[in-house]
Structure formats: C-alpha cells, structure tokens
Design a protein around this ligand. Structure first.
Ligand code: BTN
Length: 322
C-alpha cells in the first residue's frame, strides 16, 4: 500500500502504535510496517520504537483542499483544485488534460513529483512537505506570440503573494525565478499550446521551497533557499491560496493589456536590476553587460558596449557578474 495514508496519521509529538494505524486504515500491521519502509525513499524520517509505535521526525502540514478554499475566500470560484499524493509532473499531467477541452482554472497540486521538470530541460526536485508544487491551466484569447511576457507577469503574482504573506526579501530574476540574496526560492515553468492568432492554453507550473533541509540544499546544483528562513510561518495551503488569488487578478489583466503596464512593478523587484551580469547564449557565447530591466513584451533589456540588446527567454540564462 502507499505510505501516504499512514504518514498522514502520524505526528512528530507522539508515537502511534502500529495496531492503531492498522485498525484505522483497515489493513494488517505488516502492511503498515511495509508502507513505512518506503518513507525513507520519500525523504521522510520515521522513528519507530518497539512497543510504542511510529513518530515523524518533523511534522508535515499536508496539502488540504478545504484549507486552500477557506484561505482563498471569494476567489475560489475561479479554480478547481485537484490534489495528488504522487504524480510524474503536475505540468505534464495538466498539459494532457488541456487537450481535452478542460476549462481555465484547473489546478493540480502534488505532495510528490517523480519526474518534476524545470526550465531548459532540467529536473526539478521538491521536498515532501517542504515544497509547494502545482500547475494551473489558463486559457487566453491571445495568440502564442502575445504571451511572451506572461512568465514575468506570473513571477510578479508570486512575488505579490509572498509579500502579502509577510515575507520580505523575495525578488525576481529574469525571466522567472523567485530568488533572495541567499539563493533560489522557486521557479516557474510555463508551457503553451495554441495558434499564432489564438486562442491558446497555458500551463503555469510553480515550485516554491518553504522548508529545505540542509542535506537537500547541498545536493542541488545551484544555491537554494526557503521561505521559512525568510520568516514565513504559514503552510503550503495558505501560500497556494495567496498565489492563486493573485493570479486570478493578474491573468485577466494580462489578457487585456499585456505585460507593459506591469514592467515597472516587475523591475522594482528585479534582483539584478541595473547590475553587471553575464548573458549565456544558446551558441555558448557569453556577453557581459548591465541588466536594465524588462521590455513591454517581457524581453530582457541588456546593455552592452555595442548598445542595448533585447533578449527573449528560451534557452538563454542570466548570471550575476561578481
Ligand atoms: C525552474 O525553476 O526551472 C522551473 C521549476 C518549475 C517546477 C514546477 S513544480 C510544479 C510544476 N511541475 C513540474 O514538473 N514543474 C513545475
């Protein structure tokens, strides 16, 4: 059996006896013990003491539909939230759902992804209970060409949400990383399908670290940080609700007016605004210059000795010059 139902019955304060778990789930004690053997592979430490039972090393605040709906209030009417214990990737699954005519507002959120994906073909690793991972399907009457600034607009919605929850120090890095001085807090993966003239369907995938254990931080290939270390005391449900609420305001605005009216607000949160940076191009070329902010279509305005370049996302990456 899946370890998730068993893990949900455990807490970090008390030991729960195996027979109690078995009875609550209507399975044998052996199934409980087998299921909990898988916990390690999920990155969860379960302490077991003979005669006393099982206890989590660290409490897990599970994703919960009712808590998200309550925290969202009025705005909940725009969304249909589906929670998964385990899924390959919420983006992959939602892209498949998008082909069947599913309307805007479907959200898949998962406790664990077995094949989480990042930008530029990278893997995305999330911690069970410690990372918010979800995707939102949104349909636009715009053509794919008019969506170039969307990833910046989504980054802005995430930044607004974390600020509203009292977090200070979260910034944006072009095109759509959420960062702070210590490292990356999260990222956005936007996937599109549609015609040049519209309409189009967009899957907006967001991964955000709330709590990253030191071991996880060290195993990642880039500096990573988490919202709890920036003072966030809430859980993933409140964060998910706050981001969806911001998106329900910002996405219709984007559809009406594009990214241009948001550019100044985005630049005010840009971690590299007016800083020296290296631009890594797909052909291996590295260009040094100054990151001047976002153009009305979401392109990066990059100042070089030869003049200003407008750089579009895709395979390009921007790194701070030391
Ligand atoms: C990046 O920083 O490269 C983007 C990371 C995006 C990760 C999220 S987690 C939820 C959704 N499902 C995925 O497979 N990826 C996105």
């Amino acid at each position: 059996m899946s370890p998730f139902p068993v893990l949900r019955l455990l807490d970090a304060e008390h030991y729960t006896p195996g027979p109690v778990l078995a009875e609550q789930l209507g399975v044998t004690r052996a199934s409980i013990s087998l299921a909990l053997k898988e916990a390690d592979a999920l990155g969860v430490t379960v302490h077991s003491v003979k005669g006393q039972g099982y206890r989590l090393d660290r409490a897990i605040a599970w994703l919960d539909e009712a808590s998200v709906a309550q925290a969202m209030g009025e705005q909940r009417r725009y969304f249909d939230l589906k929670l998964y214990d385990e899924i390959d990737s919420t983006n992959t699954a939602l892209m498949a759902a998008a082909t069947t005519g599913t309307p805007s507002g479907l959200v898949y959120a998962a406790e664990r992804q077995t094949a989480g994906r990042g930008r530029r073909g990278r893997r995305w690793h999330g911690e069970l209970g410690g990372t918010l991972m979800f995707s939102l399907l949104w349909r636009f009457n715009l053509g794919v060409a008019d969506l170039s600034g969307l990833s910046l607009a989504v980054g802005l919605a995430v930044a607004r949400a974390v600020e509203r929850l009292g977090v200070r120090g979260a910034r944006l890095k072009w095109p759509n990383d959420i960062v702070c001085a210590e490292g990356k807090l999260g990222g956005i993966l936007i996937e599109l399908s549609g015609d040049a003239l519209g309409p189009s369907a967009v899957v907006i995938g967001i991964g955000l670290n709330l709590h990253l254990p030191e071991t996880a931080r060290q195993s990642l290939d880039q500096a990573a940080y988490d919202l709890q270390s920036l003072g966030y005391a809430g859980d993933r449900n409140a964060l998910l609700a706050a981001i969806l609420a911001e998106l329900s305001i910002l996405l219709p605005e984007f559809e009406q007016r594009g990214f241009a009216p948001l550019a100044l607000e985005w630049e005010a949160r840009h971690a590299m605004q007016d800083g020296r940076a290296y631009l890594h191009l797909p052909n291996g070329e590295v260009v040094e210059g100054i990151a001047r902010g976002a153009a009305p279509d979401g392109a990066l305005r990059f100042e070089t000795p030869e003049g200003e370049r407008r750089v579009h996302a895709g395979e390009v990456s921007l790194r701070r010059a030391l």
